[in-house]
Design a protein around this ligand. Structure first.
Ligand code: PHE
Length: 360
C-alpha cells in the first residue's frame, strides 16, 4: 500500500507547524512585553510573576520547547533566550525609572539631623568700634552723632581751617558739584562742632562715624572709613589729662603692658598737636615687619583744642581748655586682629567675617 504521507513529509509538516506556533507565540509575547507599563512596585512585581516566574508565560514556553523537533531547537532556542533577556531587561528598566521618579520627588528623610542654622556675627569694625566706645564711656564720655553730608563750616571753618589754607588739602574732600559748600565729611570732628554749638562745658563726648576722603583704594587706605573722635572741654583740662586718658585707652585696647609715645604734629584745630604711637602689640616693641622694625605703631592724632576753635563756637577760651583726639577704626582693627589688608573689611566675604565669631 502506498503511503500518501511518507514518513518524511508528515514529519516536515509537523515540524513546521510546531515551529511556527512557537515563533508566533514568542513574537506575540515579545510585542506584549515591549509595551508593558507599570507605575507601582506592586504592578511591576505582578508583571515579573506573569512573565518570568517558574510558572510564568516564558517558563511555559521553555516547557513547550521540549517538543520542538531537534533540528529546530537551535533557532527557536535562540529566540526564546532573546525573549527571556528582553523581558528581564524590561522589568529592570521599569523598576529603574520608578526609583528615579521616586527620588526626584518626595525624597525627604525626616530622620536625618537638621542642618545647623548659620548665625551671623558682628562685623569686626563694629566689634572694635563698640570696644572703643565702651572704654571711653567708662571714663564718662557721651556718644554724639551727626550728618555724613556736611557743610564747609562744620568740617573746616569752625575748626580753624582758614579758607584757601593748604591744611584743607590734608584731607582730600568729596564736594557736591552744584554747591561746593556741601561736602562729605572728612572727619567726625564736625560732630564735635555741632556739640559745642548746642552745649556749654563741661563737654566730654566721642563721635563715632563714617567718613569720606578722595583717596585711592589700597591695602592701607579706602575712600570710606570709620573714625572715633573725642572732645573734652572743662576748666583746667591739661595736656597731662590728654596723655593719661589716651594711655588708659591704649592699655584697655591693646593690653596692660602697652606703652604710648606722643610725637609733635600739626592739626589746625589743636595746639599743641601730637600723633600717638603704641608699642607694637605683635612683637611687644622688639621690632617686626608690621611696625617696620621700629617697635611703635601710630594709632591716632590728638592735641589741646585751639582757642580759635572755642571762640568760633562761642565757648569762653579764657575760662575753658580742652583736648581732642581722633582715630581710624579700621587701623585699630587691623592692628588688633593682625589683618594686613584694609579692603577685607569692606568685601564682606563670610569666610573672613566668620573668623571674628569665636573671639566675640
Ligand atoms: N580730625 C583728625 C583727622 O581726621 C584727627 C584729630 C582729631 C586730630 C582731634 C587731633 C585732634 O585726621
Amino acid at each position: 500500500m502506498q503511503d500518501i504521507f511518507p514518513h518524511g513529509e508528515t514529519q516536515v509538516l509537523n515540524t513546521d507547524y510546531k515551529k511556527l506556533r512557537m515563533i508566533d507565540k514568542i513574537k506575540n509575547l515579545s510585542g506584549e512585553i515591549e509595551a508593558l507599563k507599570a507605575t507601582t512596585e506592586k504592578e511591576i512585581e505582578e508583571l515579573r510573576i506573569k512573565y518570568l516566574s517558574k510558572k510564568g508565560e516564558i517558563s511555559q514556553l521553555f516547557g513547550e520547547f521540549r517538543n520542538v523537533p531537534n533540528e529546530m531547537k537551535r533557532e527557536v532556542g535562540q529566540l526564546l533566550n532573546e525573549l527571556k533577556n528582553s523581558a528581564t531587561d524590561k522589568i529592570n528598566s521599569l523598576k529603574g525609572s520608578m526609583q528615579a521618579e521616586a527620588s526626584s520627588g518626595n525624597d525627604m528623610d525626616l530622620t536625618l539631623p537638621a542642618s545647623p542654622i548659620k548665625l551671623g556675627s558682628r562685623h569686626p569694625l563694629s566689634v572694635v568700634k563698640n570696644e572703643i566706645i565702651d572704654i571711653f564711656t567708662r571714663l564718662g564720655f557721651t556718644i554724639s552723632e551727626g550728618p555724613e553730608v556736611e557743610d564747609d563750616w562744620h568740617v573746616f571753618s569752625a575748626l580753624n581751617f582758614p579758607e584757601e589754607h593748604p591744611a584743607r588739602d590734608m584731607q582730600d574732600t568729596f564736594f557736591i558739584e552744584k554747591n561746593p559748600d556741601i561736602l562729605l565729611r572728612t572727619h567726625t570732628s564736625s560732630v564735635q562742632v555741632r556739640v559745642m554749638e548746642n552745649e556749654q562745658p563741661p563737654i566730654r563726648t566721642i563721635s563715632p562715624g563714617r567718613v569720606f576722603r578722595n583717596e585711592a583704594i589700597s591695602a592701607r587706605a579706602h575712600c570710606i572709613f570709620h573714625q572715633v573722635e573725642g572732645l573734652y572741654i572743662d576748666e583746667n583740662v591739661s595736656f597731662a589729662d590728654l596723655k593719661q586718658t589716651l594711655l588708659y585707652f591704649a592699655q584697655e585696647m591693646f593690653g596692660k603692658e602697652t606703652q604710648i609715645r606722643l610725637r609733635p604734629s600739626f592739626f589746625p584745630f589743636t595746639e599743641p598737636s601730637a600723633e600717638m604711637d603704641v608699642t607694637c602689640n605683635l612683637c611687644g616693641g622688639k621690632g617686626c615687619n608690621v611696625c617696620k622694625y621700629t617697635g611703635w605703631l601710630e594709632i591716632l592724632g590728638c592735641g589741646m583744642v585751639d582757642p580759635n576753635v572755642l571762640k568760633s563756637n562761642n565757648i569762653d577760651s579764657e575760662k575753658y581748655t580742652g583736648f581732642a583726639f581722633g582715630m581710624g577704626v579700621e587701623r585699630i582693627a587691623m592692628l588688633k586682629f593682625g589683618v594686613n589688608d584694609l579692603r577685607l573689611f569692606f568685601e564682606n566675604d563670610v569666610r573672613f567675617l566668620d573668623q571674628f565669631k569665636a573671639a566675640y
